[in-house]
Design a binder for this molecule. Sequence first.
Ligand code: AMP
Ligand code: MN
Ligand code: MN
Ligand code: MN
Length: 286
Amino acid sequence: MNTILPATIDLHCHSTISDGLYPPEALVAHAHKQGVKVLALTDHDDISGLSIARCEAEQLGMQFIDGVEISVTWKKRTLHIVGLKVDPNNAALKAVLAKVKQSRLERAKLMAEGLDKVGITGSFEGVQAIAGNSIITRTHFARFLVKNGHVRNNKAVFKKYLVKGKPGFIDQQWMSLEEAVTLIKDSGGTAVIAHPGRYGLGMVNMHLLMHEFKSYGGEAIEVVTGSHTPSQYDQFAKIAHRFSLKASLGSDFHGPGISYMEMGCITELPAECVPVWNDWPEAQHL
Ligand code: AMP
Ligand code: MN
Ligand code: MN
Ligand code: MN
């Protein structure tokens, strides 16, 4: 098994292409400063930051992995599937993600209508101004609501406005699990279930998910992520072992002060895990 140092690899983070705070180049520079040597950029439903991030990483002597975090609807829940080593020029992947970007824009209009009904006006325009050309996420709505004094902080804003049953929530239908895994595979990538501990799944559904994911060709799950507790590291290491899935590791960094975890601060995979990067040339030199 590979024995690279934990803090030197990070396979999950976000730039301003989706809901991160640093533009791709600055994000890569930040990762470098934090000691990361192998980095995947995994913006939500968008791969347009990859070429510039790769360029910056190569200049800094880092290994760069092309990634994406795709939103999926499975059993009426939203799941996130990370694709690692996808081809950023793959036409099908680009076309599907362009459609998702458009559907996020339509969703944002509906979210703004919901907020209008509780007296919060101008959120669509406000969010567009914050997001610029980025895909629009609930995080952008959260920033709008905090900036305009509707709530005190980022933690409260989701609970009050942006989760199921609240005025800014729209029950979006994302692509299916099969479609996401197939897209990732067909573009040369490896499909990874992001932060499986965050979906509130019971054991039966968790096992069903692992089984189904594997049947479509999914290969790994995140075991160590900024969104898991240390006890979940062990729990998901066991699940990975049981389902013969590889393990991934990533901070899910979005920006300073707003992330679960800083880059370069993440602990290593439990010893029994088979790292998803085990046979990657990019990770051999570490
Ligand atoms: P979306 O894909 O537009 O539904 O936005 C999801 C993003 O919102 C996630 O990737 C997180 O970055 C952020 N998010 C979701 N739930 C929360 C929460 N409870 N607190 C803070 N950020 C959240
Ligand atoms: Mn996010
Ligand atoms: Mn996620
Ligand atoms: Mn993420």
